[in-house]
Design a protein around this ligand. Structure first.
Ligand code: COA
Length: 159
């Protein structure tokens, strides 16, 4: 199991693959970060998928964030990225996204796409900084609020 510690990011976090014992912390962060949280069963199912890249970020052995991506053929779908509110704006999200991109490339992924709430300024800024570009809108994608989702994509390789 590999661990990433970047030299270009001032975050003290390390990123590694998720373990079953991380799921309490992942669920807590999920509950804190999303208005409609995934259930434990959905998160565990997400972790068990062969197509999953499920990463956690740790600071001092505390899980402070996670990212879940599914890679199908050469397309990766970033389903979840979240950082404990007490650890946000310290570079943890960037580390998780960097490692997600590395792992997607290692699986021969050609692109990564995602949906993001139009009002989610921190996430939009994170994705924009990594070169994700908007390609469309999914109307009322979030049923609880009827908010639209912006679909963003980043090409990792030429078609
Ligand atoms: C989006 C999220 C994962 C970012 O994590 P983070 O660890 O705080 O992000 P980082 O500290 O690595 O910052 C990375 C970039 O994100 C952007 N960003 C982060 N927080 C921001 C804020 N409050 N306002 C504006 N931009 C912000 C900046 O572009 C930043 O780059 P910079 O520091 O060079 O300016 C975090 O805000 C989060 O968990 N949000 C709740 C869950 C969520 O909305 N997930 C995304 C679903 S699509």
């Amino acid at each position: 199991m590999s661990t990433t510690k970047t030299t270009t990011n001032s975050s003290p976090a390390c990123v590694r693959e998720v373990r079953p014992s991380d799921m309490d912390a992942v669920q807590r962060i999920e509950n804190d970060c999303f208005p409609v949280a995934w259930s434990r069963a959905s998160l565990v199912q997400g972790m068990r998928q062969e197509k999953a890249i499920f990463l956690v970020a740790e600071i001092d052995r505390t899980v402070v964030g996670y990212a879940l991506t599914w890679v199908v053929l050469d397309e990766a779908h970033l389903l979840k990225i979240a950082v404990d509110p007490g650890y946000q704006e310290r570079g943890v999200g960037k580390l998780l996204l960097e490692r997600t991109i590395e792992d997607t490339l290692a699986r021969d992924g050609r692109l990564i796409y995602l949906e993001v709430r139009e009002a989610n300024a921190p996430a939009l800024a994170l994705y924009d900084g990594f070169g994700f570009r908007p390609i469309g809108v999914r109307r009322e994608y979030y049923p609880e609020t009827k908010e639209d989702a912006t679909v963003m994509i980043k090409y990792l390789k030429a078609p």
